[in-house]
Design a protein. Structure first.
Length: 324
């Protein structure tokens, strides 16, 4: 049995503590985004899809914390290197379920955001006059529904597998089977790539015609940055995980951990992207931090000089006199 003094165990402990640390940062940054959106009536409706994306990223951060802490506990109590079946991996521990949703939910929400841009460009009049926050909520709910269906398939796949895991790391592939796990990571990466390509096509099409409005241009920049960061920081670790699981490469425990932490890093960038590109978000964020005072719009009062007031009253007075 491996002990805490073994180099492998030390690498694993370092890796799991990295997961927990990165997870805390992800949770805090996305909690801030959710608080800013939900504490502002207009933004709560206008940016509901971005709020649902932050909820998805929050689940991702939570999965990192639970995974890191849960696996470290398994090492300390001496059960980490005890074999168990794939279905037991998924059902006995909380983090495999969180990891499945943590991968699929952010990808699905990025896809829904790209879909909304397609609707806005293809049917501008309908989008401008009919599309409301209710439609956005339904679109976001559809993205979440897809992920719940995906998890149902994961449970089914785990019970079909007769593979025995040699450790209780219980990552997505160990908890659902190598086939489902590979498809899971491939589809997550594909969702980000498709979203980016769709946004790129929209950008080219809108700029070939009439010049887009500043608001539309700002929305395109935000989505480009959000999805572009995800393509880089999600696709690479997913590729490492797939190649390592299929034994095309022999990546060490620490290298896999560092690569996977890139996934967590992508979930923290949204806060800074919104602060950089959204003035209303930045202003309300500073108000909540008590750095800037909330601006109250005073009602406009028309001041009329007394001389003009007397001139206005004269015709009215004479008219009343005649009416009598």
């Amino acid at each position: 049995m491996a002990t805490n003094a073994d180099p492998l165990v030390q690498d694993l402990l370092t890796r799991f503590r990295m997961y927990s640390s990165f997870g805390v940062v992800v949770v805090i940054s996305n909690m801030l985004v959710i608080i800013v959106h939900m504490s502002h009536k207009e933004m709560a409706k206008k940016y509901i899809l971005f709020t649902l994306l932050s909820v998805a990223e929050l689940i991702n951060g939570t999965s990192f914390i639970v995974t890191g802490v849960g696996r470290e506990i398994q090492i300390h109590i001496g059960t980490y290197f005890k074999p168990l079946k794939v279905s037991e991996c998924l059902m006995w521990f909380p983090w495999p379920t969180l990891l499945v949703f943590a991968g699929q939910l952010p990808a699905a929400m990025n896809l829904m955001l790209a879909t909304e841009r397609v609707i806005a460009v293809c049917t501008p009049n309908w989008y401008r006059h009919v599309w409301t926050w209710h439609h956005k909520a339904l679109l976001g709910g559809f993205g979440y529904l897809i992920c719940f269906v995906g998890y149902g398939v994961a449970v089914w796949a785990s019970h079909l597998s007769d593979h025995i895991n040699l450790t209780r790391i219980c990552a997505v592939m160990e908890a659902t089977g190598i086939m489902y796990g590979s498809i899971h990571f491939a589809l997550v990466s594909l969702a980000y790539v498709v979203s980016f390509v769709v946004l790129l096509v929209i950008f080219i099409v809108t700029h070939r015609g009439k010049k887009p409005t500043p608001g539309e241009l700002r929305r395109q920049k935000i989505l480009f940055t959000v999805v572009g960061v995800s393509v880089i920081f999600v696709s690479f670790p997913n590729m490492i995980l797939i190649l390592n699981e299929w034994q095309f490469i022999d990546a060490g425990a620490l290298f896999v951990g560092i690569s996977y932490c890139m996934y967590a890093t992508s979930s923290t960038f949204n806060l800074f992207i919104y602060l950089a590109f959204r003035k209303e978000f930045r202003n309300h964020f500073l108000v909540l931090l008590r750095i800037r005072k909330k601006q109250h719009h005073a009602s406009s009062v028309i001041v009329v000089p007394i001389t003009q007031l007397s001139q206005i009253q004269r015709p009215f007075t004479s008219q009343v006199t005649r009416s009598r």
